[in-house]
Design a binder for this molecule. Sequence first.
Ligand code: UD1
Length: 353
Amino acid sequence: MKIVVVVGTRPNLVKFAALAKPLAVEFRIVSIDTGQHYDRGLSSQLWEEFRLPKPQYQLHVGSKTHGRQTARMLETIERILMQEKPSGVVVFGDTNSALAGALAASKIPLPIAHVEAGVRVSGGYLPEEVNRVLIDHVSSVLFCPNRNAVASLAREGIKGNVHLVGDLLYQFLRATQHVSINSLDGVEELPGKFVLLTIHRAENTDDPARLRNILDAVGSLRQPVIFPIHPRTRAIVRKENISVPHILRIVNPVPYQVMIQLQRQAEVILTDSGGVQREAYYLGRPCVVVRSGTEWPETMLSGASCIVHADKEEIMQGYHAVCAARPKQPHMISNVADRIVDALGAYFGRHRG
Ligand code: UD1
């Protein structure tokens, strides 16, 4: 059976990498890389690191307004799906690439499998939330990372072909090696104690005053800070001439294995990434999340993670609170990829056109 997998961003690729091997045993995979992320550190570096077979299709859409970017992908993905005639299409998470893949398939129509279905955050407009809701409502088979996600789908009337499978990120990071890191490109000697910072979300970067607040707050923590910078954030720092406190060591995006190890070694992680927030929780590391809401509330239950606004005082308070907590590594479902592949085989087998 042939399936098309649509990816285009760093988080899509990490999940695809976690699923690719068992998926290839059951299916002939045709992969489409939309090129939503095109910087080497967010795209080709990961294809190489994960040893993923080269994508059959590379769309090179690059950065545009969300509507234009999604429309470009939609048009080309539709054409590819009509040529390839797969049994179904797999998309991951909440990115514009995932939305374009799901919409294109839904119009043909082809069955859609959504990995990371049912994840919701309340309050405010977020492009990712719009994407999640739309993808879930056109999907035929839905893979939920946790019980909250299953319950959210049920509240929206989606009950059939919903599978609680766990989180691919958990399974994937458990397979990474513990290799202590002493240096990075641009950091000759990694400090024994450091804070790890990642900030990239539109809500934190598009308003320069907000980004300044976050960087100032982190700069006053009296700890060295390692800051693998997302190209989006780097561009805004440059354009707005935002001064970065000298205690922050900016480095280029690091390979996945290095990022996981940095999280293991960090005293505290400060982030606005949904992925890093979960990884910190799975690794039992203290984490301050700079956002107005979270779609991963279970990560907050132990007290070792907290959510704060982009406000200096709140960030400092959050930092001290998580430092004082005693994080524990949670026990999660660990055979996530096998569960997904089994359910996909059963579903696409039943619905073969
Ligand atoms: C996207 C996802 C977000 C995810 C993030 C991970 C959507 C709506 N959002 O956000 O959920 O957390 O990926 O990184 O899909 N840019 C570059 N080089 C790149 C990619 C982006 O310079 O390789 C810059 C450009 O200035 C671009 C901006 O980042 O305009 C935004 O990129 P975009 O693809 O819209 O989304 P992300 O912010 O990366």
